[in-house]
Design a binder for this molecule. Structure first.
Ligand SMILES: [Zn+2]
Length: 430
């Protein structure tokens, strides 16, 4: 199976690095990067942007068009006084390229295909309660293969596979480090497993990180370069986007907002700590408080109760409003620190925060100025996430397209252009 699916990337869509870079490959990356950054361009504009002679550009562009990476046909009127032939523009065909993605949690596995223009084109979900890491990894690879096949059936070219992890990750090692909700899911070589099964390049990150990137690129953060994303599900996740990139930290775990401490003697957290933001805002705790039960009572029917609590708060129920006001105050403490540290333009709230809507936004906006410098808070726009379940797959699409069409580094620039001469002239790459 591995060998067969390895043919999916037979076209060599990724720019190589180091000694394998030839002048034609370097130029090809330069053209793709230029089209990606500048948008639709004429061949003349491409020549001006890249310095590649027009004679070479036409062959190169023809190759990219044949491969389906670039499309032609956007026609613009000729520049100047309107006389002369209209120009044919070239652009990266983002809708024909895709990322196959997998995500998972305690109860389910989901696979999706997102195109690089920002649309989810296919999605499937399987109920699967977590048993052990081997079983879960096997099911994840099967799900990834289905996504790759679905993308192929839709005529999409899969550039990479993305894995969203429910816990912490080591991005460089391609491993899932630990997920509190999945006992035993420790140090799992997810990237290796998925790469072997699909033959494709694989990227892993925390699910919240992918969602942050997805929202900033395609959702509630469009047009913004610096944003903080916080999402409430069972726990609280987060991601920080700085200059359009997900802030990674040492291993890729930066942005674990849920485990920032917002009290000294608060409730016990699943991580073993006390007073973590996510322990304060756990939906099971909030709904228990609202119903006058012990906040540590075993969670029951949390989804339904949470919805009821929000509806009650909107209807003016004083208990629901005070529980949410207290939650918003804790959230404001956590986010206030983030605002002071990072000076973001926008805070985006996802997951159950979206369901809560104004019931949490209003008290949060009210409390935030108490926990950060007023001049920093004033510039922060707090909004609800827009992409829902699509944010994970689209975060991967955002990441992959930035990487795929990155400007090649000066270190990769081949010296001379021997590689472009026919072999009989003796041109040999070093
Ligand atoms: Zn914690």
């Amino acid at each position: 199976m591995g060998r067969k699916s390895a043919e999916v990337d037979a076209g060599g869509i990724w720019f190589p690095t180091g000694r394998r870079v030839t002048k034609p490959l370097y130029n090809r990356q330069l053209v793709c990067a230029s089209l990606y950054r500048d948008g639709a361009s004429s061949r003349v504009a491409l020549h001006q942007a890249t310095g590649i002679p027009l004679s070479r550009l036409s062959g190169l562009c023809g190759e990219l068009i044949r491969e389906g990476l670039v499309r032609e046909g956007v026609v613009a009127p000729a520049e100047g006084n309107g006389r002369g032939r209209p120009q044919t523009l070239l652009e990266i065909d983002l809708r024909s390229l895709a990322v196959a993605s997998v995500r998972h949690d305690q109860r389910s596995i989901e696979a999706a295909v997102g195109d690089l223009a920002g649309d989810v084109r296919w999605r499937r979900r399987w109920d699967n309660s977590f048993r052990d890491p081997d079983d879960r990894l096997r099911r994840l690879t099967a799900a990834a293969r289905q996504a790759v096949a679905a993308a192929g059936a839709a005529g999409l070219r899969v550039a990479a596979v993305g894995a969203a992890d429910p816990g912490t990750v080591d991005v460089a090692a391609g491993r899932s480090v630990r997920a509190v909700a999945l006992p035993g899911w420790n140090n799992v070589p997810v990237v290796e497993g998925l790469a072997r099964a699909t033959g494709l390049r694989v990227f892993i990150d925390r699910e919240d990180g992918w969602q942050a990137l997805g929202e900033v690129t395609f959702g509630a953060g469009r047009g913004v370069r610096n944003a903080v994303f916080a999402t409430l599900l069972e726990g609280i996740g987060g991601g920080i986007v700085e200059s359009g990139r997900l802030l990674a930290g040492r291993d890729g775990s930066a942005g674990e907002l849920g485990h920032t401490r917002v009290s000294d003697d608060g409730p016990l957290c699943g991580c073993g700590g006390r007073g973590c933001l996510e322990a304060h805002l756990a939906p099971s705790r909030l709904t228990a408080l609202w119903r006058g039960e012990s906040p540590g009572a075993p969670p029951r029917d949390v989804d339904r109760r949470f919805t009821e609590m929000i509806v009650a708060a909107r209807g003016g129920d004083p208990k629901a409003r005070s529980v949410l006001a207290e939650a918003a105050d804790r959230l404001a403490r956590g986010l206030g620190n983030v605002v002071s540290l990072l000076n973001p333009e926008r805070i985006i709230l996802g997951g159950r925060f979206v369901e809560a809507g104004e019931a949490i936004l209003d008290p949060l906006r009210d409390r935030l100025p108490s926990y950060a410098l007023p001049e920093l808070v004033r510039g922060v726009d707090v909004r609800l996430a827009e992409l829902g379940e699509s944010s994970t797959a689209l975060g991967m699409a955002s990441y992959v397209r930035e990487k795929l069409f990155a400007v090649p580094s000066a270190a990769d620039r081949p010296t001379g252009d021997d590689e472009e001469r026919p072999a009989r002239h003796g041109g040999t790459p070093q």
